[in-house]
Design a protein around this ligand. Structure first.
Ligand code: GRF
Length: 203
């Protein structure tokens, strides 16, 4: 049975595009909805160009009432018949109730090698710590932020002279490879972590 994937975004949606573009041919899943929490999310137009239904549930009118915001999100997900949820740069914290409802069926991509650097500013934190490598993680979502069983990780080298921006660009390129690959395996029922080593080879 074809799995129906809803993708939640807040911004440009480059990971969303990578996911949507991967779900073709004999892939076991298809995108059924791209949902943003702001009409300004640049990814909405990219989803529409690709023929994927879009919806906006603006979080602002729900200020102070996350459960009400999530009821509106859930209504859109129900309408679309989603059975897998991919968070792709979705910048809202979800309540335990919502997460429990989707637990085991909701994935997130995070731009660090979890469990290192949950939260924001991951690239600056890796550089400040003097790390020699960085990367990204796809994990199942649990109520704790940026935690949950790891489904895949890609590692890149940190190079001399890297800034948060140069490192972010190198990691993002791997996000676009890792997330589709993990989603494909996940939709097939494979939960074994996928490890991608994209570090520089020593000269
Ligand atoms: C990515 O780095 C993702 O890991 C992070 O937010 C960024 C989203 O980028 N959570 P995009 O919207 O997919 O281009």
């Amino acid at each position: 049975m074809t799995r129906r994937v809803a993708i939640l975004i807040s911004g440009g949606g480059s990971n969303m595009v990578a996911l949507v573009d991967s779900m073709t041919g004999d892939h076991p899943a298809r995108p059924c909805l791209v949902l943003a929490n702001s009409a300004d999310a640049g990814g909405l137009a990219k989803a529409a160009e690709r023929g994927v239904p879009t919806a906006v549930v603006d979080h602002r009118p729900y200020k102070g009432d996350r459960p009400a915001f999530e009821t509106a999100l859930q209504a859109e997900l129900d309408k679309a018949g989603a059975d897998i949820l991919c968070l792709a740069g979705f910048m809202r914290i979800l309540t335990e109730g919502f997460v429990r409802r989707w637990q085991g069926r909701m994935l997130n991509i995070h731009p660090s090698l979890l469990p290192k650097y949950p939260g924001l500013n991951t690239h600056a934190r890796a550089l400040d710590a003097g790390d020699t490598q960085a990367g990204c993680t796809v994990h199942k979502v649990i109520p704790d932020l940026d935690a949950g069983p790891i489904l895949g990780q890609a590692t890149v080298s940190i190079r001399p002279g890297d800034t948060p921006d140069t490192l972010a660009a190198r990691v993002l390129a791997q996000e676009h490879i890792l997330y589709p690959a993990v989603l494909h395996r996940f939709a097939m029922g494979d939960r074994a972590p996928l490890i991608i080593d994209a570090r520089d080879t020593p000269k």
